[in-house]
Structure formats: C-alpha cells, structure tokens
Design a protein around this ligand. Structure first.
Ligand SMILES: Nc1ncnc2c1ncn2[C@@H]1O[C@H](COP(=O)(O)OP(=O)(O)OP(=O)(O)O)[C@@H](O)[C@H]1O
Ligand SMILES: [Mg+2]
Length: 164
C-alpha cells in the first residue's frame, strides 16, 4: 500500500524524454557510495532512466545496456565513477558475489537494473525505485528511500521536480 511521506515519492512519466529528465534530476545529486535499485519488467524504462541519471551525473559516455559484461563503468573527467549493473542475466547469486558490490560502492555510485534479483546481497540503505508500465507511453515511478542518505536524495529530487 503506497504511503505518502518523506520516504516515498510517486511520479508518472508520460514519455521517454520525461523519464530521462527525471533521471537527470536524480543523477545531479548522486555521490560516491550511493546505491540506486531499479525494479521493473522488460521495457518498463530502466535503461532509459539510467541514461538520464548518467547524463545528470556528468558522464561523458553514452549509456548502453550492460548485457554481456553485466557492469558498465562511466567515468567523469574529475575521476568519479558510476557503475551500471544489469542483473537480468545473472545465473546465480555467486556470480554477483564475484562482482564485489562493496568495492563498487567505495569507489563510485552504483545503479542496478533488476535489483530484486540481488536483494540478499544489497545493503539495507538504498533508494529503491519500482517502475510500472501503465500505458504505451506512461510509466509509474515509485521511489522508496531506505536510510537517511536516501531521504535527503529523495528530498532533493522532490525539490528539483516541484520546487522548494
Ligand atoms: N514514459 C516512458 N519512459 C520510459 N520508456 C518509455 C516510456 N514510454 C515508452 N517508453 C519505451 O519503453 C521502452 C523502455 O526501454 P528500456 O530499455 O528503457 O527498458 P528496460 O526496463 O531497461 O528494459 P530491459 O528489462 O529489457 O532492460 C523504450 O522503447 C521506450 O521508448
Ligand atoms: Mg534495461
């Protein structure tokens, strides 16, 4: 049951560009150590959202789906990193252990598609985002902040969308 409080935010995107703009707003405030988890069916818009996040964060590189390598790494000119993991093709959790999420979170921010497949391995503190297909061009975004850092990130996103 949805709850409207400082830990949650609901947003309806009406187009792919709007989803990218939403991602840009989040990406601007991302810091090393941040964990962003995306849950949503095939074609819900996870990668579209990540494109925005990477661009808002300042990645000079284009975002592609990390289908074969599982993880893409984007680097900013100032040396900061953003990791983009896609857990869709993970055969078992053991494979994810080899990815060393902890190391990624100490050297960069991490955004994960199909994050629900990695739940046992993920830190409890994170921004969890559920994306639902509503209509051909409409997607419902449901943000849940888990931990103080993510309350702040969500507050910044809210302000960026709706103003102070
Ligand atoms: N409001 C919207 N936001 C995002 N994508 C949308 C929207 N409306 C339509 N689309 C379309 O939905 C598709 C989303 O594809 P995308 O690759 O982002 O999904 P995905 O969740 O990453 O899928 P996968 O599980 O295969 O990785 C694109 O074809 C995009 O054009
Ligand atoms: Mg994808």
């Amino acid at each position: 049951m949805p709850v409207w409080d400082e830990h949650h935010l609901e947003f309806f995107s009406l187009s792919p560009p709007q989803t990218q703009r939403l991602g840009i707003r989040l990406g601007r405030n991302l810091q090393t150590g941040d964990l962003i988890c995306l849950q949503g069916e095939i074609g819900s818009g996870k990668t579209t959202f990540v494109r925005g996040v990477a661009s808002g964060w300042g990645s000079p590189d284009p975002v592609s789906s990390p289908t074969f390598v599982l993880v893409n790494e984007y680097r900013r000119p100032d040396g900061l990193r953003l990791y983009h993991l896609d857990a869709y093709r993970l055969a078992h959790l053991q494979e994810a252990l080899e990815l060393d999420l902890e190391a990624m979170l100490t050297t960069g921010a991490l955004i994960i598609e199909w994050a629900e497949r990695l739940t046992p391995l993920l830190p409890m503190e994170r921004l969890w985002i559920v994306i639902e297909y509503v209509d051909e061009e409409v997607r419902r975004f449901w943000f849940e902040a888990q931990g103080k850092r993510y309350d702040l990130l969500l507050q910044q996103l809210r302000t960026s969308i709706y103003g102070a």
